[in-house]
Design a protein around this ligand. Structure first.
Ligand code: UDP
Length: 486
């Protein structure tokens, strides 16, 4: 008889860099263990990611990793046609239309799954794509949801919801969320996120319902990093929590359009552990006033710095001349990267001694996985809780002192307490300094990095969890000639 088909996982990420990157890594991880992994995404992302899949296939020709394109029409929802990824959302008013437009992917997604022979083993869908739930249920395919944030945040989110603590501005915002292993205030737990944008509450409720109907959750973390929280989350959720990370150690992060060698050459010329890397992820935007405080703070710190400024932040005419003047003043010890930087290559370079991060979970776990301590500057969503995890629980972070959640897409100094240059310089110096606390943070970061590597190796916790996951869901791929697609 013919050999059974390999287990087939269909992955449906949210089209946003911070959600796509870990899903691509997860697909790569599944494929590296003999499964077939198909990642479904919008055309603009599919084109970008095919290069990554091809590169992976060249390195490992037997890898069954494919990128499938699903089309939808942003224009029908009043969005520009190229708004196929969250980094193209211009302001908060476009958030709801973007999520409504994405629901159009449900029909081509269903058609794709129905046409598969044999039946796929399992669907892994982003928490923000609840529309996959009814398709999976109607076709009888198991469905895991992938939750991008830390377990620490995911647990807190679940508990806050269970206690009806929905509103960040409610009178109980200073109360703590019951059931958390460490005290977390409602205000921090309920910072603005995609689904708390105007009109998005129904989507959030739908995502919660889809989560309750799922077969479990995959999280990009590892047990040694969040052991207590993982146990609490599993108990509160009443479903298996598959901690399979850090995914970034599978090394397929797409370095989109940057000259990696120029950056590496610059880093090669710096002393070991001396450089602070500064980047605020793929979505947040700093308005010029706040951007200038970052730049002056880095200049005043006297430390070598590698700072990523996004295209969207360069749009204001006063930014470019200001940046050029800063570059002239800090020539040799400062490098400004415009656009997208190869973050993993940077974090794994020995010259980098610290990372000023917005605490997006990918950035934080990437930093931890490479043993780099952080200055924490959260903006919205899960980032305040990730900061608390990094600073209070793991002991690898120095807070810059960002107190209030900002507008989701940009950091509006008019409505929030701005972080000033002195705050930036102080935090950077504390991070890179030689004092006892700085040494302790560095040591902790190194210890977690070593535990992360062990977790991903054969015999390690994340590796063996993936073995179990493949055993649990790796069936259903064989047998039936046709199924459910009449
Ligand atoms: N990233 C990158 N280069 C950049 C900016 C971001 O490679 O210039 C990657 C980063 O390594 C991480 C992801 O984009 O994997 C950002 O995810 P995160 O959760 O940190 O933040 P988000 O973008 O979702 O706010």
């Amino acid at each position: 008889p013919a050999a059974p088909a390999p287990p087939h996982f269909v992955l449906v990420p949210l089209p946003a860099h911070g959600h796509l990157i870990p899903m691509v890594d997860l697909a790569r991880l599944l494929a590296s263990r003999g499964a077939r992994a198909s990642l479904l995404t919008t055309p603009v992302n599919a084109r970008r990611l095919r290069g990554v899949a091809d590169q992976a296939a060249r390195a490992e020709p037997k890898l069954l990793l494919e990128i499938i394109e699903l089309s939808f029409s942003p224009a029908r929802f009043g969005l520009p046609p190229d708004c196929q990824n969250a980094d193209k959302i211009a302001d908060n008013t476009q958030m709801l239309p973007f999520f409504l437009a994405l629901r159009e992917l449900a029909a081509p997604f269903e058609a794709y799954v129905r046409a598969l022979v044999p039946r796929p083993s399992c669907i892994v869908s982003d928490w923000c794509n609840p529309w996959t739930a009814s398709v999976a249920a109607s076709l009888g395919v198991p469905r895991l949801f992938f939750h991008g944030p830390s377990c620490f945040f995911s647990l807190c989110d679940l508990l806050a919801d269970a206690h009806g603590l929905r509103d960040q501005e409610s009178p109980c915002s200073h109360h703590v969320v019951p059931g958390m292993p460490v005290p977390v205030t409602v205000a921090k737990a309920r910072a603005r996120g995609f689904f708390t944008s105007p009109g998005c509450q129904d989507l959030r409720d739908e995502a919660m319902a889809a989560m309750r109907a799922s077969d479990g959750v995959v999280v990009n973390t590892f047990l040694d990093l969040e052991a207590e929280t993982v146990a609490c989350y599993e108990a509160a959720l009443g479903k298996p929590v598959w901690t399979l990370g850090p995914f970034c150690l599978v090394k397929s992060n797409p370095g989109v359009g940057v000259s990696e060698s120029a950056i590496t050459a610059w880093l090669d010329a710096q002393a070991p552990g001396s450089v602070v890397y500064v980047s605020f992820g793929s979505v947040t935007r700093k308005l010029p006033k706040q951007l200038f405080e970052v730049g002056h703070g880095l200049e005043d710190s006297g430390a070598p710095f590698l700072w990523v400024v996004k295209e969207s932040e360069l749009a204001s005419p006063d930014v470019t001349p200001w940046l050029e003047a800063l570059e002239a003043r800090t020539a040799g010890r400062g490098l400004v990267v415009r656009g997208w930087a190869p973050q993993l290559a940077i974090l794994s370079h020995g010259a980098v001694g610290g990372f000023v991060t917005h605490c997006g979970w990918n950035s934080l776990i990437e930093s931890i996985a490479h043993g780099v301590p952080v200055v924490t500057w959260p903006h919205f969503a899960d980032q305040f809780l990730n900061e608390q995890l990094a600073v209070d629980v793991l002991g690898v972070g120095v807070p810059v002192g960002a107190t209030a959640p900002v507008m989701i897409l940009y950091d509006d100094a008019a409505t929030t307490v701005p972080v000033l240059r002195g705050d930036v310089a102080r935090a950077v110096l504390a991070l890179l300094g030689g004092g006892e606390e700085a040494e302790r943070r560095r040591k902790k970061a190194r210890e977690y990095a070593s535990k992360a590597r062990v977790a991903m190796e054969k015999g390690g916790d994340s590796y063996e969890k993936l073995t179990q996951l493949l055993e649990t869901f790796g069936h259903g791929g064989g047998g039936e000639e046709r199924w459910n697609n009449t």
